[in-house]
Design a protein around this ligand. Structure first.
Ligand code: SF4
Length: 234
């Protein structure tokens, strides 16, 4: 079976909208400022974008507010071709914990993450529908740790259920992840080293501990551990 190229689908849609002179309204769900930086750079020239910060998966309130404030700062400072709005979803970590109950020990990328994507994309679709947006999508596809086919399948299903179109994307294509690290440096963005929930925080800490013990062993293992440390950064 042919694999879909979500980024090419997005590019084609942009061309069609440009040919007909349309600037559609887009609600962009964002997980954090670093991941959203490249998405904003690539989408703002073609869409009337509003950012939707909806992340009840972040169960440490201090971390949640830090990421939300960093997103707002990025929107103030980033040089974009048109103004970008900011909306915040309800911050209710209890809802996340209830949704993932029984999946606390799933590894990152497992079933717990599917439930987490579903929760955040469902809220995004509802907000997009209520706000009269043409599309909704998510910055999550930029992460090398997250599957674009999985996220697009969930987004499209939820979009059909809620009556609002999901914009296909795979922001890690076209060196999107690399560009997000450059933009993060340029704007001095806070880059967390774990995905968001307490379970991913524990996993990231365990990976780091493994990396540093490997680093003490010999220099060949050091370079391998460095590349796996970079993978920790979402
Ligand atoms: S690892 Fe990330 S995507 Fe998976 S459940 Fe935790 S916060 Fe959600």
């Amino acid at each position: 079976m042919n694999q879909r190229n979500y980024q090419r689908e997005l590019d084609n849609l942009v061309k069609q909208n440009e040919a007909s002179g349309k600037v559609p309204k887009l609600l962009l769900h964002v997980c954090c400022a670093p991941c959203s930086s490249f998405c904003l750079e690539s989408l703002a020239p073609h869409f009337d974008v509003t950012v939707f910060f909806c992340n009840p998966n972040i169960d440490d309130p201090e971390e949640y507010h830090r990421r939300a404030e960093e997103e707002k700062r990025l929107l103030r400072e980033m040089n974009l071709p048109r103004p970008v709005g900011f909306l915040e979803g309800e911050y209710n970590p209890e809802r996340f914990h209830e949704a993932v109950r029984g999946h606390e020990t799933d590894p990152e990328g497992g079933e717990r993450c599917g439930i987490c994507f579903e929760l955040r994309l469902r809220e995004s679709a509802k907000a997009a529908k209520a706000g009269g947006f043409d599309y909704f999508t998510t910055s999550l596809t930029i992460s090398p740790m997250k599957s674009a086919p999985r996220l697009n399948a969930i987004g499209e299903r939820i979009g059909a259920e809620e009556g609002v179109a999901f914009l296909p994307s795979d922001f890690k294509k076209k060196n999107g992840f690399l560009r997000s690290t450059e933009l993060s440096r340029e704007y001095g963005l806070y880059r967390q080293d774990y995905c968001g929930c307490s379970y991913s925080k524990r996993e990231a800490a365990a990976r780091k501990a493994q990396c540093s013990s490997a680093a003490k062993t010999d220099s060949a293992i050091v370079s391998a551990s460095e590349s796996s440390c970079r993978r920790c950064s979402s």
